[in-house]
Design a protein around this ligand. Structure first.
Ligand code: ZN
Length: 88
């Protein structure tokens, strides 16, 4: 343990849900998706930090943390910062 870089005593961890909410891929779900499982996935570059997450809307994802993390787009900065403030 400890290879995650996350506090291991935290009972629940959340990621912003990366699901697309429209067909153009410009709108993300963004709800706090609960991390239900964390594991290491083998890859050509070594072990990848992976997780299984589920958001309140019912989206499921299972894969490397990197691919589950929503990139911060400048166009969404205002909206997203407001969301973050309410979460922490
Ligand atoms: Zn979602």
């Amino acid at each position: 343990m400890g290879e995650w870089g996350f506090p291991m005593d935290a009972s629940v961890m959340f990621l912003d849900c990366p699901a697309y909410m429209d067909k153009t891929g410009s709108v993300r779900c963004g709800l706090p998706a609960e991390v239900q499982d964390r594991y290491l996935m083998s890859s050509t570059d070594g072990a990848l930090e992976s997780a299984r997450i589920r958001c309140p809307r019912g989206h499921w994802f299972n894969g490397p943390i990197e691919s589950l993390t929503v990139e911060r787009r400048p166009a969404l900065a205002d909206e997203r910062s407001a969301t973050r403030n309410s979460r922490r």
